[in-house]
Write a new protein. Structure first.
Length: 672
C-alpha cells in the first residue's frame, strides 16, 4: 500500500494545506525495511509509525527515497525507547521552556503595571524569537522522530486506557501530542497580533465613573475613579451589599455594564471630556443625549478572533474548529460533556432554594445583578475590609514578603512554605489579576493582582489569594511531578480549582471569620454553587455564540453583537428569569474573557465543580499536604486527574447535593 501525501507548504496565512503532492510515498517499502532490520516483533509499531509520518510528510521534507531513508534510519527498537523518551523530553524542555521564558518576559511591560512606553512595549510584547517553531519541529525532523517511534493516542484512547498507563507512557503521549500541525509563519504572526490587540483593548477599557449618577442624581465615586470592565464593575456591584445606598449604586453600575455590553458607553465619558452628570440608565450627559458612543469596538475585536480561528482551522484538520481545539485538544473534555455539566448546574431544583435564601438575605425581590451575590458571610463595610488588609499587607511588597508566614498559617510545613514563597513573585497587573506559571523550574511563578491608590486593599488581596492558589499549583506542578513532560495540570479548570479554594480562605487568613467548621462548610458549598451558576450562563452563551459563528461565517460585527445580546436574553429567560426577574442589562454577556481569551469561560464553572470536589475531599484532611499531593499528579486527562485526586471523575452532583443540603440547614437555623 502506498500513501498520497499532501503539500502544506503553500505560503500565506490563507493558503490551503491540502495541495496534493504528486509523489506516492513508499509506505510498504519503509515498513518492510524496518522489519527486516529490527525483526517481525516490531512490525505493528513500524506500520503505525510510518503511517503517522506519511500523514504529515510534505514536499519540502523530501522525495520518496528521502521518506523511506528517514523512516528506516530513525526507527528506534523497543528496547531503546526509554532512552529516546528521555532525550526527547530533555530536548523539548530546553527548547520550549526557554522560549516560553523569553516570551513571558517580553510581555512584562504590557502585563505589569509599569509606566507605558508604547514605542517599544507593544513591539516587545508581540516579538516572537521562534515564530515558526511548529514548522521547524517538522522541517528539522524532530516531530517526525517522535511520531515514528511513539504512539499518538486520541482523546478517546487516553480517556479509556490512560488509567492503566505509567508515567513514561503518559510522557510519551504528551510529547507526541505536543507536536501540533505545521502552521505557516504568517498564521503565527497573525495570532500574536490579534491576541495582543484584544488583550490591550480589554486591559485599557477602564470606564470612568466619577460623573456617574444614581436614580436620585447622586455621585458615589471620586472624579478620577475608573473601573476595568467587566471585572471591577462587577466587584463594585458586589461591594454595594455592605454599603449605605448600595442598591442605588448597584443599579447605576449595572447600567454601566449594560452600556459596555452593547457598546453604548458615551465616547465623551471614555475620553474624559466634559463635566455633566452621566445617567447610565437613560444614557444622558447633563440631561442631554450622550451623542457618539464607543460603538462596535468590542465586537470588532471578537470578529478578529473569529477570523484568526478560521485561518487556523485550515491548518488543523484533526481539530478543525476553535471549539474542538478548546474542548477536545486543550481542555480534553468534549463539548457535549461541558454543556451537560453547565446545564446540570442551572437546571437543578436547588436553584430555587438558593434564590429563596438570597431573597431572605437581602430582604427584597432579586434583581438581575444579584447573580453576583456569592459571599454569604455577613458583609463588612469596604473600609473595614481594606483596613484589615492594610494592617497585615499594606502593599504588594508586604504581601510577597508575607507569603511564607501566610502559608504556614494554612498548614504548610516551614520547609514547604519557604520553598513555595521563594518561587512566587508578586506584582501589580496593568489589567485584571492573573498568574503566569514558570516554563522551567529555575524560574518563579508570577502572581499579579491589582491595588487601590496607596494600598493593596481588600479587592487586591482577594484577587491575590485567588492568584496565590494558581501559583501554588504552578510551583508544585513544576517541581513535584514525576517527569518533565507531565509538568502542569490537565487544563485551566484544574488550576482554577485551586485558585477558588485559596481565594475562599482570604477571610480566614485575615482573622475575619469566627464561625464553626460545619457552618463554614455549608457557606462554602452555597457560595461555590452560587458562583458556578452565575458564570455557567456566560460560559453557555459563549459556546452557543461560537457555534452560531461557525454557522454564520460572514457575520458582521453588528450582527455578532445582536446575536450575543439575543443569546443573553434567551439564556436568561431559560435559566435565570424565574429566580432573578427580568434583565434589562443582558448581564450574561458582560465577561471580557470572550474578547481576549475565546472559549475560556467554561473553565470557571468547571473549576468550581472540581474545586468543590477537592474541598469536600479535604475535609478532615491536611490542606497543605493534599494540595501538594494532588498538584504533583501531573498532566494526565482531567478525568483521571480527578480520580487520582478525590477518587471520582468530574461531576456537578456533589456540589448540587451539598449546596442543597446546606441551604436546608441554613433555612432551618433561620426559622428557629
Amino acid at each position: 500500500m502506498t500513501t498520497l501525501a499532501h503539500d502544506r507548504s503553500v505560503s500565506g496565512a490563507d493558503a490551503s494545506p491540502n495541495a496534493p503532492l504528486p509523489v506516492q510515498l513508499p509506505v510498504d517499502a519503509a515498513i518492510a525495511a524496518i522489519v527486516e532490520r529490527h525483526g517481525e516483533a516490531e512490525r505493528a509499531r513500524a506500520e503505525a509509525g510510518v503511517r503517522r509520518v506519511a500523514e504529515r510528510w510534505i514536499a519540502r521534507d523530501g522525495d520518496a527515497e528521502a521518506f523511506r531513508s528517514f523512516c528506516v534510519a530513525s526507527f528506534v527498537p523497543r528496547a531503546k525507547l526509554p532512552m529516546l523518551l528521555d532525550r526527547l523530553e530533555f530536548g523539548l524542555e530546553q527548547v520550549r521552556g526557554h522560549l516560553y521564558e523569553m516570551r513571558r518576559n517580553l510581555r512584562v511591560f504590557n502585563d505589569r503595571k509599569d509606566e507605558e512606553l508604547p514605542a517599544i512595549d507593544d513591539c516587545l510584547a508581540t516579538f516572537d524569537p521562534a515564530p515558526d517553531l511548529s514548522e521547524q519541529a517538522w522541517r528539522q525532523k524532530l516531530g517526525f522522530v517522535a511520531v515514528l517511534n511513539l504512539d499518538r493516542p486520541s482523546l478517546a484512547t487516553m480517556l479509556s486506557d490512560g488509567p492503566s498507563w505509567d508515567a513514561a507512557t503518559w510522557a510519551a503521549a504528551r510529547i507526541c501530542r505536543g507536536f501540533t500541525p505545521r502552521m505557516p509563519i504568517e498564521v503565527n504572526d497573525l495570532a500574536r497580533a490579534v491576541s495582543h490587540r484584544a488583550s490591550q483593548w480589554v486591559a485599557k477599557f477602564h470606564v470612568p465613573v466619577g460623573r456617574l449618577i444614581d436614580d436620585r442624581g447622586a455621585r458615589h465615586w471620586g472624579p478620577d475613579r475608573s473601573l476595568l470592565a467587566h471585572w471591577l464593575v462587577r466587584e463594585e456591584i458586589k461591594a454595594g451589599y455592605g454599603e449605605p445606598d448600595g442598591l442605588r449604586r448597584q443599579r447605576a453600575l449595572a447600567w454601566v455594564m449594560a452600556r459596555h455590553i452593547d457598546g453604548s458607553i458615551p465616547a465623551e465619558i471614555m475620553e474624559r471630556r466634559g463635566e455633566g452628570d452621566w445617567d447610565a440608565a437613560r444614557n444622558t450627559i447633563g440631561g442631554k443625549s450622550a451623542g457618539e458612543t464607543v460603538g462596535l469596538a468590542r465586537y470588532e475585536r471578537w470578529i478578529e478572533q473569529r477570523d484568526l480561528a478560521f485561518t487556523v482551522d485550515r491548518h488543523w484538520p484533526e481539530y478543525p474548529t476553535a471549539i474542538r481545539r478548546k474542548c477536545d485538544e486543550q481542555r480534553e473534555i468534549p463539548e457535549a460533556e461541558i454543556e451537560r455539566l453547565l446545564v446540570s448546574l442551572l437546571s437543578s431544583p436547588v436553584r430555587g432554594d438558593l434564590a429563596a435564601f438570597l431573597r431572605t438575605r437581602l430582604g427584597r425581590p432579586l434583581e438581575s445583578f444579584d447573580v453576583y451575590l456569592d459571599e454569604f458571610v455577613p458583609p463588612k463595610p469596604a473600609e473595614e475590609m481594606n483596613r484589615a488588609v492594610r494592617e497585615r499587607f499594606p502593599d504588594e511588597a508586604a504581601f510577597e514578603k508575607g507569603l511564607a508566614p501566610l502559608l504556614r498559617s494554612l498548614g504548610f510545613t516551614p520547609t514547604d512554605a519557604d520553598f513555595l514563597a521563594a518561587n512566587i513573585a508578586v506584582e501589580i497587573a496593568r489589567g485584571s489579576g492573573h498568574a503566569v506559571r514558570p516554563g522551567l523550574p529555575q524560574y518563579r511563578a508570577w502572581l499579579r493582582t491589582h491595588r487601590l491608590p496607596g494600598e493593596l486593599g481588600w479587592d487586591g488581596f482577594d484577587t491575590g489569594m485567588h492568584e496565590l492558589g494558581h501559583t501554588i499549583e504552578q510551583v508544585v506542578s513544576t517541581h513535584r511531578v514525576p517527569r518533565p513532560a507531565l509538568r502542569g495540570v490537565p487544563n485551566t479548570a484544574c488550576t482554577e480549582a485551586f485558585a477558588f479554594l485559596y481565594q475562599s480562605l482570604g477571610r480566614r487568613v485575615l482573622g475575619l471569620d469566627a464561625i464553626d467548621e460545619a457552618t463554614a462548610h455549608d457557606l462554602d458549598a452555597v457560595q461555590t454553587y452560587a458562583m458556578a451558576c452565575q458564570i455557567a450562563g456566560p460560559a453557555l452563551l459563549e459556546l452557543r455564540v461560537w457555534n452560531w459563528i461557525y454557522a454564520n461565517p460572514k457575520a458582521t460585527a453588528a450582527e455578532l453583537r445582536d446575536r450575543v445580546l439575543l443569546e443573553a436574553e434567551r439564556l436568561w429567560a431559560e435559566h435565570y428569569a424565574e429566580h432573578f426577574g427580568p434583565d434589562p442589562y443582558r448581564i450574561l454577556a458582560a465577561y471580557q474573557h470572550m474578547i481576549n481569551h475565546p472559549l475560556y469561560l467554561a473553565d470557571y464553572p468547571l473549576g468550581q465543580i472540581i474545586s468543590h470536589q477537592i474541598r469536600s475531599h479535604l475535609r478532615g484532611k491536611d490542606l497543605a499536604a493534599e494540595t501538594i499531593r494532588i498538584c504533583s499528579t501531573g498532566s494526565v486527562t482531567p478525568d483521571l486527574w480527578m480520580r487520582k485526586a478525590v477518587g471520582a471523575g468530574i461531576s456537578a452532583e456533589p456540589l448540587i447535593r451539598d449546596a442543597g443540603a446546606a441551604l436546608g440547614r441554613m433555612a432551618g437555623k433561620a426559622s428557629s
